[in-house]
Design a protein around this ligand. Structure first.
Ligand code: PGA
Length: 251
């Protein structure tokens, strides 16, 4: 059985004061023990969140990591080994904002994926199509290529300690959510692609849906057979809303 996961991507939001408030709000939530819960603050706030959430059974992750696992001369970047030292357990890799706005290629993302794993953390590989690609009926091809790039580089076993998040770009931060059926169709295709390589690995990998997940639509999305939880952006900045999404995942 796959354990459900809910991950909150705080993106480039937060000040020390607002992060402290969010930590307080999260600590007050009743969270289901059957769900793996994680939050991804900006790197600047990782230490504050790790300290603040001690004992709260919420893991802390980073939104990005350098292409190399170890410390070195790479101005402005953060090594996976440093993230581990700071208390991170997971790292987002390939979020569409980094692919599209910052031009990160599959080659760069593969190096980040490998660095994160080699430091002992779990990469959350984000994949998804743009509206243009969906309208051109290229969704499964695009998503298949993004996932295939990692499989090709490292083999299917590399997915054993990884999470995949399907995030249609047109649904991110737009208030437009994929319908449960639209999301399930892509999740099933992702699992089938993994199963072509190794059915046991395919059955074990958690596939999260992301794109305007909120308390009001979470239960319906999470009820689909191949949706194992969510990657939540905007709604994760509100502790009560995020708590409600976590509870929906626990039902
Ligand atoms: P959203 O973001 O929930 O605000 O749409 C999701 C994400 O980008 O991970």
């Amino acid at each position: 059985m796959r354990r459900t996961m809910v991950a909150g991507n705080w993106k480039m939001h937060g000040t020390r004061a607002s992060v402290a408030e969010l930590i307080d709000g999260l600590a007050k939530q009743t969270l289901p023990g059957s769900v793996d819960i994680a939050v991804f603050p900006s790197s600047l706030h990782v230490g504050q969140v790790v300290n603040g959430l001690q004992g709260a059974s919420i893991a802390v992750g980073a939104q990005d990591a350098a292409v190399q696992a170890d410390q070195g001369a790479l101005t402005g970047e953060i090594a996976s080994s440093q993230l581990v030292d700071a208390g991170c357990k997971l790292v987002l890799v390939g979020h569409s904002e980094r692919r599209l706005l910052l031009g990160e290629s599959d080659e760069v993302l593969n190096r980040k994926f490998a660095a994160v794993q080699s430091a002992g953390m779990t990469p959350v590989l984000c994949i998804g199509e743009t509206l243009e690609q969906r309208e051109a009926k290229q969704t499964l091809e695009v998503v298949g290529q993004q996932l295939g790039s990692v499989i090709k580089a490292f083999g299917i076993q590399a997915l054993v300690n990884a999470v995949v998040a399907y995030e249609p770009v047109w649904a991110i931060g737009t208030g437009l959510t994929a319908t449960p059926e639209q999301a399930q169709e892509v999740h099933a295709a992702i699992r089938a692609q993994l199963a072509k390589e190794d059915s046991e690995v395919a059955q074990g990998v958690r596939l999260l849906y992301g794109g305007s997940v909120k308390a009001a639509n979470a239960a319906e999305l999470f009820s689909m057979p191949d949706i194992d939880g969510g990657l939540v952006g905007g709604a994760s900045l509100n502790a009560d809303e995020f708590g409600a999404i976590c509870r929906a995942a626990g039902n």
